[in-house]
Write a new protein. Structure first.
Length: 105
């Protein structure tokens, strides 16, 4: 049975003025000069996955659980139309579990 272990790390630098949005488009009583500020540096997070399987001849069966702790991580900031539209975060997938069965012909 293989037991892969993956470790990823990244570091990004913030750009001055990043996370400050102004639409400059008046709409529904808003002047368009209002400033919206977001902290674009997401918190660190850890996820854990589990899988276990059995191989018997040409058959293989495996159970898995992804994101065991059901971590709701903010992965990246997402915006539309230069900050004039929707502002939000992309988030991690919720906990999931399943079964995989394979047969080798």
């Amino acid at each position: 049975m293989k037991s892969p272990c993956l470790i990823n790390a990244r570091k990004s630098a913030m750009v001055a003025g990043a996370g400050v949005f102004q639409s400059a488009a008046p709409y529904a009583g808003a002047t368009g000069m209002e400033v919206t500020e977001f902290d674009l540096e997401p918190d660190s997070y850890h996820t854990a996955n589990f899988n276990a399987g059995l191989v018997c001849g040409q058959r293989e069966i495996m159970v898995f659980i992804k994101n065991i702790g059901d971590e709701n991580a903010l992965l990246s900031f997402d915006r539309e139309r230069g900050g004039r539209g929707r502002l939000g975060y992309r988030v991690s997938e919720p906990r999931s579990f399943g079964l995989t069965a394979r047969y080798e012909f």
